[in-house]
Design a protein around this ligand. Structure first.
Ligand code: AMP
Length: 114
């Protein structure tokens, strides 16, 4: 299976996952291999493969993804202590699933890369 299909199937509820939020633009669900006590993925409902595919037409979706990530962070009570929003792009960025997504990580002190 093409690995971008995994997220497409989660969005359509064809494979099991813990969906925390869904509207007509984005879906948010728990990461299956959490790297922190809170590790949630926020994805657009239609396929954008990588950050390189953000363009004039779809850029509003990215703003909505941020808005929902922050909303979930507040709901999960991690906004005051803080969190990370991570986007990996392609091989050097460590992107494993070829479907654009944001990682919302929190609930502990997270390591920084720099
Ligand atoms: P990335 O390395 O940025 O492409 O991240 C892909 C993320 O997707 C990883 O953190 C995986 O643990 C997560 N992942 C892979 N398959 C699933 C799944 N079926 N349900 C939830 N998260 C998944």
């Amino acid at each position: 299976m093409n690995n971008d299909l995994i997220f497409q199937k989660i969005i359509k509820k064809e494979i099991a996952s813990n969906i925390l939020y869904q509207d007509n633009i984005v879906t948010a669900f728990d990461d299956i291999h959490p790297k922190a006590p809170i590790h949630i993925l926020i994805v657009p409902n239609y396929l954008i493969k990588t950050a390189n595919d953000i363009n004039k037409k779809n850029k509003n979706i990215i703003a909505h993804m941020f808005y929902i990530a922050v909303k979930i962070a507040k709901q999960k009570n991690i906004s005051e202590d803080g969190y990370k929003i991570v986007i990996n792009c392609n091989k050097n960025g460590g992107q494993e699933i070829n479907y654009f997504h944001m990682h919302l990580l929190g609930g502990t002190k997270l390591k920084t890369l720099y």
